[in-house]
Design a protein around this ligand. Structure first.
Ligand code: ADP
Ligand code: MG
Length: 496
């Protein structure tokens, strides 16, 4: 009995000594870890650097690629797609039109009543649904049937407010925000999917024909009058409310831009010269790539493991689908290399895309003194608890590095377009360039938006910056699609 007690006491002392030694070692290790952490963050920041000179090179590269894409089909990574929209809305559009917006996580159906020059948009209603993830990689029929069903429900609800004149088909503007080779205003073949969609049998198909067949199958009496994408829609919606709108940029799940080009500056356009002399171009700028882009090992790895490796490199740097994922990858590497979150690597941190951009922006914009939003997000999303204030600050620093790089690169893209259209130097004649902006990233991520706008002004310099104005057109693309359905209606003669 006595012996046993002594034995325990001895072991106890040894344990205390061992614990003390471990503590000292850990403290030493942890100061070493901290220095390593700082070094890694600094290195990452440097690799993400976007000094003005670099941004100007990127803008120039964008301009060069725009020329190449307009010169010939396949001439550039920028598709510079001809939209067949040569008559942007004037304000005279009248009647009830539908719009369907498919281009990301959600889709929307709208009914818009246009009242002509005097009354503008009289009324609009919409319904929204999310695309079930399984349908994003199923079959073309399954996806379009699902959409047609939702349209059927929306139309069924219509008698309550509005009666479709007999003998007249309802007309729809279809906003389909994926790269499409347009054949006419209401036909176009899908070039490839982006933003997480991967339905093989739809690629190379005419998406209007696919939708039209599904509408027939579901008994919906509706004609697709215009096929556009969200940037062209936003451009049209923006132009309807302000004639100074000549460019649109979407920053949401993905990113893209559209602008008004002189028809004569489009060598690959062999059609008749439009009366307006202008053509809206869908740049598909998400696929832009340049050796000047500041890519890191995290970007390369994310790209390699993505559904579309080697494609949409610009989009992967600037858009909402990817910013949170880049942050996750950097945090994971800190966890692995300097045990940033303790002796075990948090299991959740290994799950791709678990950390979404809205969560990242909430952390980035945490103004509480103890950074409780960061703490709460790390807990709820990644099951990481007990982070020190110092570590939460590092998380915010990383958010800032990633968002700043994205926003400044998007700004360089905008400068490239302004250069191409000769709007990058002030003419001092009070001429305004309005840029119609939309997308959840631009709308909700305030730090990102401010950085983007300030960077454009910084790049333009004092003499020109006052001539460029950003305006957010919330769901401009829906209204834009309805407006373009109106201007391409079968029944134009009857109404005018
Ligand atoms: P989509 O691009 O899917 O058509 P939206 O334009 O509404 O749809 O953009 C949604 C995207 O915007 C989300 O995928 C997300 O990346 C981004 N986003 C939404 N809310 C926020 C937010 N609060 N902060 C940062 N990004 C956001
Ligand atoms: Mg959208």
């Amino acid at each position: 009995m006595g012996k046993v007690a002594v034995g325990v006491a001895v072991i106890g002392t040894a344990a205390v000594v061992a614990t003390a030694a471990l503590l000292v070692r850990q403290r030493m290790r942890s100061s070493g870890r901290w220095a390593r952490t700082r070094a890694l963050v600094k290195e990452f920041e440097e690799k993400c650097g976007t000094p003005e000179a670099k941004l100007k090179q990127i803008a120039d590269a964008m301009t060069v690629e725009m020329h190449a894409g307009l010169a010939s089909e396949g001439g550039s990574k920028l598709k510079m797609l001809i939209s067949f929209v040569d008559n942007l809305p004037t304000g005279d559009e009248e009647g009830v039109f539908y719009a369907l917006d498919l281009g990301g996580s959600n889709f929307r159906v709208l009914r818009v009543e246009l009242g002509g020059r005097k009354r503008g948009v009289v009324h609009q209603e919409f319904a929204e649904a999310s695309i079930p993830p399984a349908l994003m990689s199923a079959s073309s029929d399954a996806l379009f049937d699902y959409i047609a069903e939702k349209l059927a429900e929306f139309v069924a609800d219509e008698e309550r407010i509005y009666e479709q004149p007999s003998g007249k088909e309802r007309e729809l503007g279809f906003t389909f925000s994926f790269p499409v080779m347009q054949n006419s205003i209401n036909s176009g073949t899908l070039i490839r999917w982006t933003k997480g969609f991967s339905i093989d049998d739809a690629v190379g198909q005419d998406v209007v024909a696919e939708l039209t067949k599904a509408l027939k199958r579901k008994g919906v009496d509706m004609r697709v009058a215009a096929l556009i994408n969200d940037t062209i829609g936003t451009l049209a919606g923006g132009r309807h409310s302000d004639p100074d709108v000549t460019m649109a940029v979407i920053l949401g799940t993905g990113s893209n831009a559209a602008y008004v080009e002189r028809a004569q500056a489009i060598p690959k356009w062999h059609g008749p010269l439009p009366k307006s002399g202008e053509m809206a171009i869908n740049m598909e700028w998400g696929n832009f790539r340049s050796s000047h882009l500041p890519l890191t090992e995290y970007d390369y790895a994310m790209d390699t493991e993505s559904l579309n490796p080697g494609e949409q490199i610009f989009e992967k740097l600037i858009s909402g689908m990817y910013l949170g994922e880049i942050l996750r990858r950097v945090l994971l590497s800190l966890a692995e290399e300097v045990w940033f979150f303790g002796d075990e690597i948090p299991a959740k941190l290994k799950i791709p895309y678990i950390l979404r951009t809205p969560e990242m922006s909430a952390m980035h914009q945490d103004i509480s003194s103890d950074l409780k939003v960061v703490d709460e997000k790390l807990k709820s999303i990644l099951e990481i608890s007990h982070t020190s204030l110092k570590k939460r600050r590092v998380v915010i620093e990383l958010c800032n590095i990633i968002a700043t790089r994205g926003a400044r690169l998007a700004a360089a893209g905008i400068l490239g377009v302004l250069k191409k259209t000769g709007k990058d130097t002030g003419k001092g004649n009070g001429e305004k360039t309005m840029i119609a902006m939309d997308g959840g990233l631009y709308e909700h991520y305030t730090e990102y938006r401010k950085c983007l706008e300030n960077t454009v002004f910084e790049l333009l310099g004092d003499t020109t910056k006052s001539s460029v104005v950003f305006e957010h057109f919330n769901d401009g693309s829906g209204i834009g699609a309805a407006l373009l359905a109106a201007s391409h209606s079968l029944y134009l003669e009857e109404t005018s």
